[in-house]
Design a protein around this ligand. Structure first.
Ligand code: SAH
Length: 250
């Protein structure tokens, strides 16, 4: 099967793979468990100054990324996908969504991350300045995705967050196949809860002891303790998640 593929459109191509070239994601990239293409949006500027942005109609601060330039870049992305599908034996199957990282987008959740990991890949458009002309987002059926209710200076770091979350779920990427499931937002017994507290050696540190039950060797007691802790932490820190958990689990 063809690898999960990411195609990034950015004005700062040297930011990729960036941190995703390190550690588990980096090793997985070297092994071909996921693939990356980066297109420099500036290569699709048409004038001699290679300008990609202009002032906003209606006035106001900042600059807006031009629809013609972004459209040409998205067209090239589509061609790159077609070429990769011919190269990858059997193709990747299915069309990858075009995502624009944007604070106006649907908030990224672990469910969405799982969905993306199960698909053929993503094309991600990284905005800069005030953002992208609305018309090209409509014309190209772009889905907006936000990584949180705060404003970044550009879409690149948001794209890296999204890709990191997806890549660690791809088959063979995590050394320990069991670990992606059993953590905050994972799909298992603790689904929908924040993670219980973690401890490692030394058993006593600065006068603080590890909870006794964890050294008891009693798996059922440990499971129950972790479940109780996870519920307590979720209740206290994230009443929104707790309410949803209670609703889903009658
Ligand atoms: N004028 C915009 C902010 C633009 S920030 C507004 O007020 O909503 C510049 C770029 O950073 C955006 O085009 C987007 O690609 C990216 N960006 C900023 N915050 C983001 C977030 N929370 N999630 C995803 N992308 C974000």
């Amino acid at each position: 099967m063809a690898a999960w593929r990411s195609l990034v459109l950015t004005l700062f191509p040297e930011m990729f793979p960036g941190p995703l070239g390190q550690s588990l994601a980096g090793k997985a990239l070297d092994k071909g468990l996921w693939a990356l293409d980066v297109l420099d949006i500036r290569d699709f500027a048409r004038d001699k100054h290679r300008s990609v942005d202009d002032t906003p109609f209606g006035g106001g601060a900042g600059m807006v990324m031009r629809p013609d330039v972004v459209d040409a870049a998205l067209g090239a992305a589509q061609e790159t996908w077609a070429r990769r599908a011919r190269e990858d034996e059997g193709g990747s199957g299915g069309e990858a969504p075009v995502l624009y990282l944007s604070p106006r987008g649907r908030l990224l959740t672990q469910d969405r991350v799982r969905e993306l990991a199960a698909g053929p890949g993503v094309t991600v458009l990284c905005g800069r300045y005030e953002g992208v002309d609305e018309r090209v987002l409509e014309a190209r059926d772009v889905q907006e995705v936000s990584v949180g209710d705060y404003i970044l200076s550009g879409g690149e770091t948001a794209a890296l967050v999204l890709m990191d979350a997806v890549i660690r779920l791809l088959p063979g990427v995590m050394g320990n196949e069991a670990s992606p499931g059993e953590e905050s937002f994972g799909a298992d017994a603790f689904e929908g809860l924040l993670e219980y507290p973690l401890y490692t050696r030394p058993a006593e540190w600065q006068g603080r002891k590890v909870p006794e039950v964890l050294s008891s060797g009693h798996h059922e007691k440990i499971r129950l303790w972790r479940q109780a802790q996870a519920e307590e932490i979720t209740k206290r820190r994230r009443p929104d998640l707790w309410a949803r958990y209670r609703k889903d689990k009658p």
